[in-house]
Structures are given as structure tokens and as C-alpha cells.
Design a protein around this ligand. Structure first.
Ligand SMILES: [Zn+2]
Length: 334
């Protein structure tokens, strides 16, 4: 049974490239088109991820590279609709806990990850393949192409920790092509161990334009030691998102509550529809309904633009306006 096409994502997440300015001319990059979008099933639920492509808009600049978010690439793997966290978990359950694929399927289904035992098998194979990815020959063709097109590769490093395991699965990717270059389970996340993972990839000799990672200090240290002269960009969005998590959660609840209250407009709408001739009041009410509808569709982009706060501010403005309108009318009541 195929379930992957039936995923329904609740949230859309947009990712921008970590590199914000053109490495050639320093101009700010501008949005051009989504590089890819897909619905990914993670341990935290289903999410629609959109990786936004940005490029240099400076006409006198020769750089025509489309930059994408490394963080978005790290959520899953090419051609796979399950998150890296699910893949890492399957690897852990199979290798460390010696679970069968049916057991793994059951464990994941319990966590609300819809998966069949065949898909577990497929992902387990991908996991095993991932750990053997550390070979120059596998990636050489793609990397040569990236260097020819863009003048160099961009490397990103990220760690995924299976829930219970004490190992972290570290993955190195080339960002411009989204290719996995190396992956390894590390018991410790010390920078010396990370250096051992990163160095062989550097030794392949492809020109490296930049490194990208989240703010994890040991990764930063490892890169600083290995490549002090290569630009390093850590994902600020990821960093801010982490500190903003509790706030974003509260904001989400606020939004849900307000939206629930605003749903009463349907009853008002029906009432107006049932009226034979529309009164002036009904017309005013219709205008308000339209305004409320647009509030219900409104959305922000956390952590900087909080959707709940936005909905709150806008519905408050509508309420004030309605109250003014009612006061003017005196006995107006609906
Ligand atoms: Zn440029």
C-alpha cells in the first residue's frame, strides 16, 4: 500500500538560503523561484517544505547561481518524502535495537508517522547506503558539474539524533546540488571527530566557496580549524527559530483560539442570505464578514512575523470599528 502520496501537510515552511549576499559582488540576493517543494513526514508531523531559490540581481555581475537553503536540504533526502529524523530512527532501531521491519513500522505508526513495512525496508536501505556515501567516485560527476557551473561547491554539515540513541548521524551535503557527500554516526560530537568526517571531503580537492551549518559550536570549531580562510555562514534562521520556539508555540495557540471565535460569522452569513431584501445594516455586516474572512486567511512567518499576533491585531481593529459603528447606530444589534 502506498501512503506517501496521501500525505496532507498542515504547515508550510519556507526556507531561504543561508547565504544572503552574492559572493562575487556582495549585492543582496533576491528571490527568483522555488527550487523544490515537497511534503515531508517527520517525527514531529507532516510538513510542506518549500526551498526558495535566490540569485544575484546585479546586471553587471556574472554570477548566475541560484542559491538554496542548506537547512531545507537537511530535512530529508532527494526523492524521499520522509524526514532525516525518520531515516536516522530506522537506522537506529534496526542496527542498535535489532528490531524487525514490522516492529519498526509499528513503532513509527505509533508516533503518527504513516509508513508501510516495505517503505521501512526502502528507507533502511537508503540509510545503509548513506553511510557508505563517503566515496569521491560517487559524487565526482556531480561535483565537477557544480564547479563548472558555479565556480565551486558549498558544503553544509548537520547532525540528526535518533530519539533514544546516544549517537548522532552527521551528514555532509553539497548545497548547490543537494548531494550527500558523507555521513557517519558519531558517539561524541566533539570537534575533533567532526574534523575526521569533514577532512576527507575537503581532501577531494574541489574548490569550496563556503561552509554552512546551524550554530552548533563543535561544527563551527571544526570548520574554523580545517578551513580558517573559507567563508562560513551559520544558519541564522535556524538559530532564531530555536530560541523563539516557546513563543511561536504560544502564538500558534492564540491564533487557533481567535480563529475558533471568528467562525461564528457563518451563522451571520446564513442569516443575511435568508433575508429577502438586503438592509443597509446587512450590507455593513457583509463588509465586516469580508474583512474577517481575510483575517482568517492571514498568515505570518514565524519567528519574526508571528501569525497569532497578526490575527489578533487585525481582529482587534475590526472589533473597534464594529463597536464604533454600533455606537453610531445606537440600538443596532446583531
Ligand atoms: Zn553578484
Amino acid at each position: 500500500m502506498r501512503t506517501k502520496n496521501r500525505l496532507e501537510a498542515k504547515d508550510s515552511k519556507y526556507y531561504k538560503p543561508e547565504i544572503t549576499h552574492c559572493p562575487k559582488c556582495s549585492e543582496k540576493l533576491v528571490y527568483c523561484h522555488p527550487v523544490w517543494r515537497k511534503t515531508i513526514s517527520t517525527l514531529e508531523g507532516e510538513v510542506k517544505v518549500i526551498n526558495l531559490g535566490y540569485r544575484c540581481d546585479n546586471e553587471t555581475c556574472s554570477n548566475d547561481t541560484t542559491y538554496r537553503s542548506a537547512q531545507a536540504e537537511h530535512i530529508s533526502m532527494k526523492h524521499i518524502t520522509y524526514g532525516m529524523d525518520v531515516i536516522a530512527n530506522i537506522g537506529y532501531l534496526r542496527f542498535q535495537e535489532h528490531k524487525t521491519r514490522t516492529e519498526i513500522m509499528e513503532i513509527l505508526n505509533e508516533k503518527q508517522v504513516k509508513i508501510s513495512d516495505r517503505q521501512v525496508q526502502k528507507l533502511y536501505e537508503r540509510y545503509a547506503l548513506l553511510l557508505r556515501a563517503n566515496a569521491k567516485e560517487n559524487a565526482e560527476g556531480i561535483l565537477n558539474h557544480v564547479v563548472k557551473e558555479h565556480g565551486g561547491i558549498i558544503l553544509s554539515i548537520d547532525g540528526v539524533q535518533p530519539e533514544k540513541g546516544n549517537e548522532t548521524l552527521y551528514v555532509i551535503r553539497e548545497v548547490l546540488s543537494g548531494t550527500v557527500l558523507a555521513a557517519k554516526n558519531l558517539k561524541s560530537s566533539a570537534s575533533t571527530e567532526l574534523m575526521e568526517l569533514i577532512k576527507p571531503v575537503m581532501d577531494w580537492g574541489f574548490p569550496i566557496q563556503a561552509f554552512v551549518s546551524d550554530g552548533q559550536q563543535s561544527i563551527r570549531l571544526a570548520i574554523e580549524k580545517l578551513a580558517p580562510t573559507i567563508p562560513y555562514q551559520y544558519c541564522q534562521f535556524h538559530y532564531f527559530k530555536d530560541i523563539a520556539k516557546p513563543l511561536v508555540e504560544k502564538d500558534r495557540k492564540l491564533k487557533t483560539n481567535i480563529k475558533k471565535k471568528l467562525r461564528g460569522i457563518r451563522a451571520v452569513e446564513r442569516k443575511i442570505d435568508q433575508m429577502g431584501t438586503k438592509t443597509h445594516e446587512a450590507e455593513i455586516a457583509e463588509d465586516y464578514i469580508a474583512a474577517i474572512r481575510s483575517v482568517l486567511l492571514d498568515d505570518g512567518k514565524p519567528p519574526f512575523d508571528l501569525p497569532g499576533m497578526r490575527v489578533y491585531e487585525r481582529s482587534k481593529a475590526i472589533k473597534t470599528s464594529m463597536e464604533k459603528c454600533r455606537d453610531k447606530k445606537g440600538d443596532y444589534s446583531t
